[in-house]
Design a protein around this ligand. Structure first.
Ligand code: SIN
Ligand code: CO
Length: 381
């Protein structure tokens, strides 16, 4: 298991002073850190249709970006190029392990683990991200420069590369294996590989109100909610035909607010919306599905492992009824299953004892069997 070391400050200090506020270098955040996947394996993944990848390099001083899947890397030479593979935690159980050390931030904020392999001189150019990222240096050395927040012009250096103008660095460091660079959204940065190197970036996302409201509208439609029309009996005499006056505006806002004030509706929407994955999952589908009693017997012998990238949440408002959200779907198992629901969502590995309360309930056993047969959890050996 990977352990994160904050030698110069505590996690509480990091959250109070750096998270979402300013970038920081965490020297030797991981002791004896070794690549969690080899460059060859990464290059192989980027050849697969289901995996999102990009190659970034310069040709005649012009930035170039190609989108995978790739067939070969031979044309690229020995330097000045980078291969980026998104959501590798979905495809590699060893890379998925890199998520747990960052569990001091809730999983609903996690985006993915992106890995880049760079040859000497390679990099994606100066840019600004909308996400928080912990860039964990694997093999090799990379020089990172990070500028301050502020007005930075952004422009398309290539149709697929949004760059920013050169910036004055507030951090200028060489990262060595095991070092971590944390960068909050909005800080321009630029990493250039000093030799062949691997970077493992654990990224966190949040949603805009626009995305949330658009998701909420879909949720209301799917669940036939929010149908009540504005009703205005006892309306006072209206004098200006074209006007939406102050009290009418208040009534329109109140109609929308009434939807947001229904905690159960918003909890349910948030749980299902945030538990959907952005990238494809590597489902461990079984050829021979388990019968329910076989599954319980197998679970007594060994724990189940959750596939990387599967998102499982509960919400404080509804968890007392045993409600949880797995990959966008809502499940309700009742008050007797709360402990099992907490284990499902909080733990990457599930033992029979952690699920004990759920294993007394036929509905829970049946759902667990369906999840395992669909490939959401698997027996590692
Ligand atoms: C990289 O790892 O090369 C790019 C990561 C980033 O700056 O977002
Ligand atoms: Co970046």
């Amino acid at each position: 298991m990977l352990t994160l070391h904050f030698s110069e400050f505590s996690l509480e200090h990091f959250l109070a002073h750096y998270w979402q506020q300013k970038p920081v270098v965490i020297r030797q955040g991981f002791h004896h850190f070794a690549d969690l996947i080899s460059p060859d394996e990464l290059a192989g993944l980027a050849c697969e249709e289901a995996v999102e990848s990009r190659l970034v390099y310069k040709k005649d001083q012009q930035w170039q970006a190609e989108v995978g899947p790739f067939e070969s890397y031979e044309h690229l030479g020995e330097q000045d190029w980078t291969l980026i593979v998104q959501a590798v935690n979905h495809w590699s159980p060893s890379v998925a392990q890199l998520v747990e050390p960052f569990s001091f931030i809730p999983k609903w904020r996690l985006d993915d683990v992106m890995i880049s392999y760079s040859t000497p001189g390679g990099g994606v150019g100066p840019h600004i991200d909308l996400y928080d990222v912990f860039i964990c240096q694997g093999s090799g050395r990379r020089r990172w420069r990070v500028g301050d927040q502020g007005e930075h012009r952004q422009f398309a250096a290539h149709a697929a590369l949004l760059h920013t103008d050169p910036f004055e660095p507030i951090i200028d460091v060489e990262l060595l294996p095991g070092d971590i660079l944390y960068i909050p959204p909005g800080f321009p940065h630029d990493g250039i590989s000093l030799e062949e190197s691997m970077s493992f970036s654990v990224g966190f996302r949040s949603k805009s109100a626009r995305d949330m409201l658009s998701g909420l509208a879909d949720y209301l439609i799917d669940n036939e909610l929010g149908n009540a029309l504005i009703s205005d009996p006892q309306r006072p005499l209206h004098r200006h035909h074209g006007q939406i006056n102050g009290s009418d505006f208040a009534m329109i806002k109140a109609q929308l607010q009434a939807v947001l004030d229904q905690d159960e509706v918003i909890a349910d929407f948030a749980g299902s919306f945030l538990s959907r994955t952005k990238c494809q999952l590597d489902l461990q589908v079984l050829e021979e599905p388990y019968a329910e009693d076989e599954l319980v017997d197998a679970l007594i012998q060994q724990p189940l492992t959750r596939i990387g990238g599967l998102r499982c949440f509960y919400v404080d408002q509804t968890v007392a009824q045993g409600v949880c959200y797995i990959d966008g779907e809502r499940y309700q198992f009742g008050a007797g299953c709360v402990e099992a629901v907490l284990a499902l969502c909080d733990q990457e590995s599930l033992s029979a004892s952690a699920l004990q309360a759920g294993l007394q309930q036929p509905a829970f056993i049946s759902a667990l069997t369906r999840w395992v047969n669909a490939g959401f959890w698997y027996f590692a050996d």
